[in-house]
Structure formats: structure tokens, C-alpha cells
Design a protein around this ligand. Structure first.
Ligand code: ADP
Ligand code: MG
Length: 446
């Protein structure tokens, strides 16, 4: 069950938190409702129990483990949880005291080959490619930013893989900002700052993921700044990611912000329909190889790309569940089954259109003032668009008639009902109105 619980935690807290804090845990026993974990250091024990104990407990309970409490015991003399070099590196002879890099393991699936390129990410992808190609350092640092689940970590791993393939001698260090802090705090505590500095200044490529994590953490920022400068001075490549642009990270020192801005800053935009469909098609291909007997109906992927508009991670999760479910029950994957099996995900990513948005769109469409939507005018040129907006509000939001009326300048619910009925009638008799409605609802759903 711990394996299953871990998977749940991975989905819940994200890959970098997971790799840092959950992966190194060992479940030693569950006794009298207490789950006991072995952890390698005091620091980790404190951190995990402060930040993740609740989640761990919740997931254990959900998986039916009879648990009411979790405990973390420090078990000394274990391998360092963060310094887990990739197997390839482990085979190489250790040539100097600091040649093992304290990086995070790279995900073998996060390659350029597996990265689907579309409009929203083409710049970031091109920049990443360029940096991975090596040659003279052109953009330094490369700063990638964008919302969660849009492929920042994937691109960074892809760069690391590519560089290592091109030149296995290069010392590539990838880690999250959180891990950087963890190593730093550990070095301070163990009085090994000199080693720490040497190590970080000896790499050829440094990648720090989710740098927004060090915002507000003064001494970590200080150290990061010095590491950064030392590497740039040596003309070493630095690649940074964050969830927002450098200038928008709060509690980050100005000198660091300006340092981060002096290379190339590119963002990953929210996904669009084509990119989502491309990702789904690629992933579905892989599943088809895994489950060759499954019958897959047309239109399912299009439906998902249309309906799940959040991020790629959610999209992947949905598809994974769909295939797992289908293979379990041995049924063909239909649209109906998809809706049933993914009801919660579909519900959660439902786009919530507001009455205000509808009013804005409709007034733009008919070129009337937004204020007239809620104002008293009753001329046809204004009253008709107002009724269209009322109709769409009834169709597309969960607002009641009185609630809608209130948002239209305090009109009575009977006025709203009248407007809605009028548009319903016109919809079948007036093709212009029908077209308008179709266009507007498509715009609003996008
Ligand atoms: P971020 O670091 O921006 O939060 P990740 O890089 O962890 O996002 O991406 C989340 C998941 O979505 C990963 O499994 C990744 O492989 C996948 N993913 C994101 N973008 C793409 C893409 N363009 N093509 C293929 N997979 C993608
Ligand atoms: Mg990430």
C-alpha cells in the first residue's frame, strides 16, 4: 500500500516536493495505529513532520491503512536522500572529492522527443533546444517561467539529458530551489560551507527549478546570488525556472531579479486546444502500445482537449485513469464512459462563466455600452442585446432568475424570464439571432 500511497502523494504535492521529501522516506511499520517512518536526518524529520505529516496521514487513511498518527524516526548512517546520482554517473569512476553532484534524479521520460510543441510553448522550446545544443553560451541565464504543469521541469530535464548525451564529461547539476536551500542549510549546520561553495562553483551547467521558493529566505538568496555570479563569471550556463516572471516574484532581492533578467526570459503560455490535442494524441499512442486490445472511439481525445483546459499534468492524469479503467473493465473507450469515469476532473475544470463576462462580450458584439446593459434604456438596439445576455446567463451560469435580474441593474425576475423566453422564440425564427448565440457561446466557452 505504501507504493500506492506514494503515488497519491506524488499527484497531490507535486513532483519536486515528492522527490525531496517523500521518496526518501521508509515506512518501517504500522503498529497500534501509528505509522513509523525512517528518515535520514533530523532536519528532514522536522521538515516532513511540519509540512507533510497531515497529507501523509490523509493518504494512508484513504488507502485503508489503520492509522491515526505518523511518526518520523531519524535513522543515522543512511545514504543522503538528495544525493542520488543517476545510475550512469554512478558507474563512472570518482575522480575527485567533489565529483558527485547533489542533484535531483532526472526523469527519463522528460526528453525533447516526448515534448509536444505548440504555439504556447514554441519559444520556450526553441530556447531550451538552443541552450542544450551547447556551443558558446548565448543566453545566460535562460529563465523559463509559466503556470503549474505547463512543462518547465520537463524542458529542464530535457536540456540536461541532451547535454549529457552530447558531452558526458560536462558536470550538469539540476535541482529544485528547495533542494538548494536544503543543501545550503545542511552545509551551514555541518560547517561544510567551503565544500558547498566549491561544489556549486565547479559545475558546468547549473539548473535551479522553481526558484520562487527561495523568495523571502534571506541567507539562501544571498548564497544563491554568489553562486550565480561566480558561475556567470566563469561563463557557465545557468538555467532557472519559476512560476512567474523575475520582476513579479515577491520578496526576492532586487539585485537577484535584475540578474535573472539579464539573460533570456521566456514564458510558457497556457495551453491551447491544438497543443492539448497534440499532447493527448502522443500519450494515447503510448497507451495503445501498452494496451493493444483496447478499442478507442473517435472523438474522445477531442472531447478531452476541449473540456480539460487547465494544464498538461491534469490532462495526463485524466488519460491515465481512462486507460486504466478501460483495461480493468475490458470495455471500449466511449464518450459516455469517458464522461462517467472522469466526472470529477471534468467538473473541476469546468469553465465558470460569469454574468459580468457575458454582459461584456455581448455588449462588445453588438457595439453597445456596457453601462447600457444594466441601465434603463428600452430601445430595441439595446433591449435586444440585453435579452441575449440574460438568455446566455441563464444557459451558461448556475445563477437563478432573481440573481440574474440583480446583475442587470436590479431588474425583476419576471423581466429576466420574459427576456429569456423572447430569445428562445427568436432562436428558431431569426437566423441572425441564432448565429449570434452560437458565436457568443463559443467565445464564452473558449
Ligand atoms: P511544470 O514544471 O511547469 O509544473 P512539468 O514539466 O512537471 O510542469 O509538466 C507536467 C507534466 O506534463 C509532465 O508529466 C510533463 O511531461 C507533461 N507535459 C507538460 N508539457 C508537455 C508537452 N508540451 N508535451 C508533453 N508533455 C508535457
Ligand atoms: Mg516543475
Amino acid at each position: 500500500t505504501w507504493g500506492r500511497v506514494k503515488q497519491g502523494l506524488l499527484d497531490d504535492i507535486g513532483q519536486s516536493n515528492y522527490a525531496n521529501w517523500i521518496e526518501p522516506l521508509d515506512l518501517t511499520k504500522i503498529e497500534n495505529g501509528v505509522a513509523v517512518f525512517a528518515v535520514p536526518t533530523n532536519f528532514m524529520a522536522n521538515w516532513v513532520s511540519r509540512n507533510f505529516a497531515d497529507k501523509i496521514l490523509a493518504h494512508l487513511k484513504a488507502s485503508n491503512a489503520q492509522t491515526s498518527r505518523v511518526e518520523f524516526q531519524v535513522v543515522a548512517a543512511q545514504a543522503d536522500p538528495v544525493a542520488r546520482p543517476a545510475p550512469k554517473e554512478a558507474q563512472q569512476p570518482v575522480t575527485s572529492a567533489h565529483s558527485e553532484l547533489p542533484g535531483a534524479p532526472l526523469d527519463a521520460r522528460f526528453t525533447f522527443d516526448n515534448f509536444v510543441v505548440g504555439k504556447p510553448n514554441e519559444l520556450a522550446h526553441a530556447a531550451a533546444r538552443r541552450v542544450a545544443e551547447g556551443g558558446p553560451v548565448t543566453f545566460n541565464p535562460l529563465f523559463l517561467y509559466g503556470g503549474v504543469g505547463l512543462g518547465k521541469t520537463h524542458l529542464m530535464h530535457a536540456i540536461a539529458h541532451e547535454i549529457k548525451i552530447r558531452d558526458p564529461e560536462l558536470r550538469v547539476l539540476y535541482l529544485s530551489a528547495e533542494q538548494f536551500m536544503y543543501r545550503f542549510v545542511q552545509a551551514l549546520r555541518d560547517k561544510q560551507m567551503i565544500d558547498f561553495k566549491q561544489l556549486f562553483r565547479s559545475v558546468d551547467v547549473l539548473m535551479v527549478d522553481d526558484v520562487q521558493f527561495i523568495a523571502g529566505k534571506e541567507s539562501t538568496q544571498e548564497e544563491f546570488f554568489h553562486t550565480f555570479n561566480a558561475l556567470v563569471d566563469q561563463n557557465k550556463q545557468i538555467i532557472i525556472s519559476a512560476d512567474r516572471a523575475p520582476g513579479e516574484i515577491k520578496d526576492l532581492e532586487d539585485r537577484i531579479k535584475s540578474r535573472l533578467q539579464c539573460g533570456l526570459v521566456v514564458d510558457l503560455h497556457p495551453t491551447d486546444y491544438e497543443l492539448r490535442l497534440g499532447v493527448l494524441q502522443t500519450k494515447a499512442e503510448n497507451y495503445r502500445l501498452q494496451y493493444p486490445d483496447l478499442v478507442f472511439n473517435n472523438g474522445v481525445l477531442e472531447f478531452l482537449a476541449h473540456r480539460i483546459t487547465t494544464n498538461v499534468r491534469v490532462l495526463e492524469g485524466a488519460l491515465m485513469r481512462l486507460f486504466a479503467f478501460a483495461s480493468l473493465v475490458g470495455r471500449e473507450i466511449t464518450l459516455e464512459m469517458t464522461q462517467e469515469c472522469l466526472a470529477d476532473i471534468l467538473k473541476a475544470s469546468e469553465r465558470k462563466v460569469t454574468v459580468e463576462e457575458i454582459q461584456r462580450r455581448v455588449s462588445e458584439h453588438y457595439s453597445i455600452r456596457l453601462s447600457d446593459m444594466i441601465g434603463p434604456k428600452r430601445v430595441r438596439a439595446i433591449a435586444r442585446p440585453r435579452q441575449v445576455a440574460m438568455y446566455l446567463s441563464k444557459q451558461m451560469t448556475s445563477r437563478s432568475l432573481p440573481e440574474i435580474g440583480r446583475r442587470f441593474g436590479g431588474r425583476d425576475h419576471t423581466t429576466v424570464m420574459h427576456g429569456v423566453r423572447r430569445i428562445e422564440e427568436l432562436k428558431s425564427s431569426d437566423s441572425q439571432i441564432a448565429d449570434d448565440l452560437e458565436l457568443l457561446s463559443r467565445l464564452l466557452e473558449a
